[in-house]
Design a binder for this molecule. Structure first.
Ligand code: PLP
Length: 372
């Protein structure tokens, strides 16, 4: 079955459509190799590495056009580490979480597991849909995912009306940041890992923090709560201002991200990137709606992500076999999120992915289904 050969003129120029780690521009890898002996393998306390970290900090600052007083903070450990960091350094007493898939549920689980704060309030909805945050007495942090990567539902970033003045809104933007529109005035902590829209490698987290969030970090630190050194957000804030991390960073991750940010900023910044993800997602969902054997999994069109698409296949077509055939032809990582257990493909449409490659991908899928 996997001997089906997709004609060359239907093949995307780059066959990587994974939700993460995702496509890295080959040019960025060439640029990394070209640094030769000058960057990797040198001290992270010296200028070459600190300047690379500084490029990322400045690149993010201009990309997001930071509101007054907002800062770019970062540290080692990826988005998953940031959930634990938040339980130590951001949640004062009680948080509220929207839980609508694998990733958004994990921050809720981390808060529930932390014995020094109250059990969180959790608002759930069925996979493929999204709940809405509502202001609640006693909540000092509201958290949800901008883009639930497991289901491809996006959730707008809007401060809940009636939230306490000093309550924080903390958004996991790991797969959304850089490809979805956002008004940072609505959010206090917009955090993400760089192996998705920022086309870099994993292992690092970034958080764009508002003055309110920076004040919370200081307040909790001053309260005397035990905070393990590795999870100390106050230390991360101080270190980030110096263009360094508490312990040794992944230098390649910062370099690849700096290259991608240069490209993003040179191509229209956030608005330019949202234009690309909009073009890609219009192409994908338009095809899925037109095609007899496919349906977009997310029923409400407003909730369909611009950066990841989940496409259900009719029962008489085995999506897993389609993904396997695509893989044999160099089109990789279109398999769905395992635990969702659907007969579907999941396609990333991050800014680095060319909208014309999404169109070619749909043609390749049509060809494979025809041949099967
Ligand atoms: C990928 C992803 C994560 C996990 O990121 P790591 O860097 O692997 O910890 C968290 N949240 C969302 C929304 C994601 O897409």
């Amino acid at each position: 079955m996997t001997e089906i050969q997709i004609p060359a003129d239907l093949l995307p120029k780059d066959g990587r459509f994974g939700a993460g780690p995702s496509k890295i521009a080959p040019g960025a890898l060439d640029a990394l190799a070209a640094t030769g002996t000058s960057l990797m393998g040198t001290s992270h306390r010296q200028a070459a590495v600190k300047n690379t970290v500084g490029r990322v900090r400045e690149g993010l600052g201009s990309f997001f056009d930071l509101p007054e007083g907002y800062e770019v903070v970062f540290g080692n450990g990826g988005a998953t580490a940031f959930w634990d960091i938040a339980t130590f350094g951001l949640i004062r007493e009680k948080s509220q979480h929207l839980s609508f898939g694998e990733f958004s549920s994990k921050f809720a689980a981390a808060a529930k597991a932390a014995p020094w704060i109250a059990d969180p309030s959790v608002i759930k909805s069925e996979p493929g849909t999204r709940p809405v945050a509502v202001a609640e007495e006693g909540i000092d942090l509201y958290g949800w995912a901008h883009n639930e990567t497991s289901t491809a539902v996006m959730a707008p970033v809007i401060r809940p009306a009636g939230a306490a003045d000093d309550a924080l809104v903390a958004i996991d933007a790991t797969s959304g940041a850089g490809g979805l529109p956002v008004d940072l005035n609505q959010v206090d902590v917009y955090y993400f890992a760089p192996q998705k829209c920022f086309a870099s490698d994993g292992g690092t987290w970034f958080a764009i923090m508002s003055p309110r969030a920076l004040a919370r970090v200081e307040e909790i630190k001053a309260s005397g709560r035990f905070i393990p050194a590795f999870f100390d957000l106050g230390t991360c804030v101080e270190q980030s201002r110096l263009n360094q991390t508490y312990n040794t960073p992944s230098v390649a991750t910062f370099f690849l991200m700096a290259e991608q940010l240069d490209w993003m900023n040179a191509n229209g910044g956030l608005n330019g990137m949202v234009e690309r993800t909009t073009a890609s997602s219009n192409a994908l969902y338009g095809w899925a709606e037109r095609t007899a054997y496919t349906t977009p999994y997310v029923a409400n069109a407003d909730e369909r992500s611009l950066v990841i698409g989940t496409i259900d296949f009719n029962d008489d077509i085995d999506a897993a076999l389609v993904a396997k055939t695509l893989r044999a032809n160099g089109i990789v990582d279109t398999e769905p999120y395992r635990k969702l257990g659907r007969n579907q493909l999941r396609i990333a449409m991050y800014p680095a992915i060319d909208p014309s490659d999404i169109e070619l991908l749909t043609k390749s899928i049509d060809f494979v289904v025809d041949a099967l």
